[in-house]
Write a protein that binds this ligand. Sequence first.
Ligand code: NDP
Length: 453
Amino acid sequence: MTDFDYDLFVIGGGSGGVRAARVAAATGARVGLAEDSRMGGTCVIRGCVPKKLMVFASAYREGFADARAYGWDLTEGAFDWAQFSGQLHAELDRLEGVYRRLLDGSGVVVHDQRARLRDPHTVALADGRTITAKHILIATGGRPVRPDLPNADLGMVSDDIFAMKTLPRAMLIVGGGYIACEFAGILNGLGVEVTQFYRGAQILRGFDDEARDLIATQMREKGVDLRLGTDVVAMAPSADGAIAVRGSDGSDRSYDAVLFATGRAPNTRDLGLEALAVALGRHGEIVVDQFSQTNVPSVFAIGDVTNRVTLTPVAIREAMAFVETVFKGNPTPVDHALIPSAVFTQPEFGTVGLSEEAARAQEPVEIYATSFRPMQSAFAGRADRVMMKLVVSQATRKVLGCHIVAPNAGEMIQLAGIAIKMGATKEDFDRTVAVHPTMSEELVTMKTPVRMA
Ligand code: NDP
């Protein structure tokens, strides 16, 4: 018997918040959810989903060229951004509708407005109402950040890409992480002249070095003007409506658009967290324990706002573990080990476990690696190369890391991830029969280490 309006109130209708709300409601809990933007959050509305559709759109250019090499008589037409964009937004509207129907069908009460915490069991809605709940779950995600630079607001962030009315002719992308590299490939594929500035020595910091090098090489071969060790020094509006940019490499030129893909920050502002003394970390993230519980016992947080591993499927896992712990009486810590993931660069990158560099720092390893021109694009005369790599513990023989740069590497790493999560050894890979002819068969046919380290 409680006096609360809800058993659970969720703030944020993205992947994590929606999943937690639905699954908690299925246990019989009374659940409310507040979202002040579109239902579905970053992943569905301005992230993974529209991005992947743009990857598909952009890949057709090479597809047309390949088709001709395979004997098809076809004339390449122009890419119509307006047509694609219309269809993209119709698809996002459809998906948002699906999310809403799922919530309605689960009995979750949706409040389309902003919510702030007022006390450990109360939220205030923007319309002035207050709502009480036994548990409050914060799943407010993150947002892109611009660098602290005069005129930085002339540049776009990733949210703005999907709302562009026309495609720029020439574009500067700043950053070397997931978003910068993915959009460099997408926009290049769509016919935009792309320059990419990355301040460090190589893109995709933190990933396996050999994979990073191969991706950078191929991005350049496909047309991205990637400039390493380069940052924006100054930017200003230019007379023709473009943006004049001075680079630290001494370059001075104007671009029709600049995209800052310089990282994301947790959405913890103006949520009432400080007044409640909810502990925040150095980057403004909500600090939680392994059960996603904050230092205020009735307040939990999941997903990007906690800045643990900022990936949709991880937020969903955190949501499931939260419901298991709080509503099913089964304390379930979130398992953040060996998460397979993909970067939808062109070429695509699938990765799980330790990079060669991280593994070497940990223990003696054997490295199995191969790089080759895959059959499909080689036939079409393309120079693309594929890389498959296994990082193996010398002591336990376990595969500590797997890194794949190849078309559809994301699909491959999902499956390799199962074996590696199960603790597969190199010998387990070896005794698996190859599927022929495929690219991924190389994962089970690499006999001799390329190096011991
Ligand atoms: P990342 O943290 O991956 O990359 C940010 C990039 O911006 C880095 O290269 C960083 O450089 C650079 N940078 C940061 N600050 C500045 C600055 N002031 N000036 C110049 N450069 C700067 O962030 P993203 O925004 O690309 O992506 C955010 C997260 O979203 C990812 O970490 C990932 O978790 C998730 N994501 C996942 C995707 C997927 O699964 N495929 C796709 C897209 C996003 P440096 O390396 O030197 O710090």
